[in-house]
Structure formats: structure tokens, C-alpha cells
Write a protein that binds this ligand. Structure first.
Ligand SMILES: Nc1nc2c(ncn2[C@@H]2O[C@H](COP(=O)(O)OP(=O)(O)O)[C@@H](O)[C@H]2O)c(=O)[nH]1
Ligand SMILES: [Mg+2]
Length: 245
């Protein structure tokens, strides 16, 4: 089963080199995965830097396709959705953060799960669960804020989700296409809206605990973005209601 894997990038030329080659090597080993960077509104200099890096890697890695370079900033969600709109014959749509916080081997493992017999029509969301047997490293303040946000999402929307914000998700294309036109949020809370929309059409979602090691240089602002994301969750609840069941 083919997978289109989007790597949303905003001003990532200094971080991407630590992750993308490793990711592409892993995806080439796996086969049937197209990797595409979507970069939006980072400025001409930054886009030139990124293009030069990607041109070189494209020669080396078969899975790496030409990037989508957009002039305007469309947000993380906007970039993921623009990327998914480029699907050709892929049955699965996915995204992973550009900084390598989620290791390439975990991306490969989750692709293995969706390709397995019993989870064909089930979306798979990676989840950062600090538990025995998993290695999740995050700054304490980000872990705590993340837990507050995730609990808020879970309670407000009546979804027993543990971590709605993890930067690795895989969605069956058919299910996504049923909900795509209804999705309005393009910022960091886009995946909460996506989750609710999928559940409402009866597409099951499985959370899978992964290893995660936070990488410095993240763009999410603890104050500004948390406030925006909380407002977005409220908007999702007002417009879509809670998830029943
Ligand atoms: N294309 C695009 N990607 C974005 C945008 N905002 C964030 N991202 C990407 O979203 C991913 C997660 O962002 P990151 O800064 O690592 O978040 P943090 O670690 O939670 O602070 C990274 O791959 C970013 O480049 C955006 O406006 N456009
Ligand atoms: Mg990050």
C-alpha cells in the first residue's frame, strides 16, 4: 500500500539536514512511500537554501519528490493539506515533523502497522506517552503544557485521546477525502479538527505510543500558540459538537 508522507517545513533549512536524509534512507528501504516537503512563505533566501539541499538529496533518494514551495504562509495544517492534495495513487496520507523529534524508525514502524491486515481502514496517530518501555524526552514545561492541552481536548470534545498533537499521523486517503472540504483550521490545532471529523464519519483512530526526543528550535510559542489552539478547540466544539459514543 502506497503512502504519501508530507514533511511540513517553515524555516527548517538549519534543522532538516539532521533528519530528512535519515528519513529518506529508511523510506527507500521500506518502498512505496513518496516523501514531499511543503514549505510555505519562509522567504526567498530560506526557500533557495531549502531547494539546494533538497535538489542534492533528490538525486540520492528515490522516495524524495520535488518540494511544494508556496509563496504565502498557510500554517502547518495548510501545508499538510496542500501536500495531501498532491496524492496520485496513494492509499495512505501521512505527515511527520521536520525536526526529527520523531525518529525515522518510528515512522517506518507506524507505516508497517497501517500496512498490516487488521488496520487498513483505521487512522494511526503517534502518541507521546511517558511510560516504561518508551523513551519520550521533552522539556518539563512543554510536557506539562502538552498534558494540559491534551486533557482539555479530550474533555471538551469527549474523545479519549491521549495526545492529539504528536507530529506523526497516518490517515486512510478515502476517509480524508470524505472530510477534507469541511476542514477549516490551518494552524497548529488542525489535527484536532481532523481527528473529530474522522471520528464523526466512523473512521476509527488508533493511538500508538512512540519514542520521541524533542529537538531545540521549535516554532510553537507556549503563550501565543497555546491561546490560539485553545480557541480553536472551542470553535471545533461549537461548530461540530462533541463526539458521541
Ligand atoms: N509548512 C509549514 N510548516 C510549519 C508551519 N508551522 C510549523 N510548521 C512545521 O511543523 C512542524 C512542527 O513544528 P515545530 O516548530 O517543530 O513545533 P514544536 O517543536 O512543537 O515547537 C515542523 O516541521 C515545522 O516546520 C507553517 O506555517 N508552515
Ligand atoms: Mg518540534
Amino acid at each position: 500500500m502506497k503512502v504519501l508522507l508530507i514533511v511540513p517545513c517553515y524555516r527548517e533549512s538549519s534543522r532538516i539536514g539532521l533528519f530528512l536524509p535519515e528519513l529518506c534512507a529508511e523510506m527507500d528501504r521500506l518502498g512505496d512511500v513518496r516523501v514531499m516537503v511543503v514549505e510555505d512563505g519562509s522567504g526567498a533566501d530560506e526557500q533557495l537554501k531549502m531547494k539546494a539541499l533538497l535538489d542534492a538529496w533528490q538525486v540520492q533518494y528515490h522516495c524524495l519528490k520535488s518540494p511544494l514551495m508556496l509563496d504565502e504562509n498557510v500554517g502547518k495544517g495548510g501545508a499538510v493539506y496542500e501536500g495531501w492534495a498532491q496524492a496520485v495513487d496513494e492509499e495512505w496520507l501521512a505527515f511527520v515533523d521536520a525536526d526529527g523529534a520523531c525518529p525515522a524508525r518510528e515512522v517506518a514502524r507506524l507505516i508497517g502497522i497501517v500496512r498490516s491486515q487488521d488496520s487498513r481502514s483505521r487512522a494511526v496517530f503517534a502518541s507521546r506517552v511517558k511510560m516504561l518501555g518508551k523513551n519520550v524526552q521533552r522539556l518539563l514545561k512543554r510536557h506539562l503544557l502538552g498534558r494540559v492541552y491534551a486533557t482539555l481536548v479530550s474533555e471538551m470534545l469527549n474523545v479519549p485521546v491521549y495526545d492529539s498533537q504528536c507530529g506523526l499521523k497516518l490517515v486512510p486517503r478515502l476517509a480524508y477525502e470524505q472530510v477534507a472540504r469541511s476542514l477549516a483550521i490551518r494552524g497548529f490545532a488542525f489535527d484536532v479538527e481532523l481527528m473529530v471529523a474522522l471520528l464523526k464519519i466512523g473512521c476509527p483512530i488508533e493511538e500508538v505510543p512512540i519514542d520521541w526526543c524533542e529537538v531545540a528550535g521549535g516554532k510553537v510559542s507556549m503563550i501565543r500558540d497555546s491561546w490560539r489552539m485553545a480557541k480553536d478547540v472551542w470553535k471545533i466544539r461549537s461548530e461540530r459538537g462533541i463526539v458521541v459514543g
